[in-house]
Design a protein around this ligand. Structure first.
Ligand SMILES: [Mg+2]
Ligand SMILES: [Zn+2]
Length: 194
């Protein structure tokens, strides 16, 4: 049996509603309808699901690690209540001007995931709503998928307007829910005996 691939999810705008003012507290962390069930379904289908998220609000002093931990505990708990499991939540705490190697589009978070879980990235899927999510994945040979939630519809429009060649082959879904439907169906069909 082929190994089930790794699915790396962006957080804000993919799992929970995004805000231009940052998501600074548990009260502001609001799941996008269907996203928790989508994660649980991917997990139950055998995918290893992890989150990789830029959280420069930490470096900017807009919230604390405790605030972030509370959001991530809620996320993990909701996924578990839906019968699934997240294998990790990785975040970059740095501001853009710090020049770290983990703020997407840099692939540092992906490398950490690969190292910790012992899973190679070239079969992984990365799901995001921003170009930098896709770029981080492309830097490590992951398959990029764009969702139209969060900034995703704007990202798709600007990629098309710019004639970015990435859109030719890019898969785009309305939400994590429809993305999960696709990934689960694809994996089921490729595992059928010939
Ligand atoms: Mg995002
Ligand atoms: Zn960083």
């Amino acid at each position: 049996m082929a190994p089930m691939p790794l699915v790396i999810l962006d957080r804000d705008g993919v799992i929970n509603e995004d805000s231009a003012d940052f998501i600074k507290s548990l009260a502001e962390w609001i799941p996008i309808p269907g996203s928790i069930k989508a994660i649980a379904r991917l997990s139950r289908a055998g995918f290893t699901v992890v989150v990789a998220t830029n959280q420069s609000g930490l470096g900017r002093g807009l919230f604390t690690v405790e605030d972030l931990d509370a959001m991530h505990l809620r996320l993990s708990s909701l996924v578990e209540e839906s019968g699934g499991r997240l294998s990790g939540i990785y975040y970059c705490p740095h501001r853009p001007d710090e020049g770290c190697d983990c703020r997407k589009p840099a692939p540092g978070l992906l490398d950490a995931i690969s190292r910790d879980l012992g899973i190679e990235l070239h079969n992984a899927v990365i799901v995001g709503d921003s170009l930098r999510d896709l770029q981080a994945g492309l830097a490590r040979g992951c398959e990029p998928i764009l969702v139209r939630t969060g900034k995703g519809a704007d990202t798709e429009a600007s990629l098309r307007a710019a004639g970015n060649p990435l859109v030719q082959s890019l898969k785009v879904f309305d939400s994590l829910q429809s993305c999960a439907d696709y990934l689960i169906a694809r994996c089921t069909s490729t595992r059928k005996p010939h």
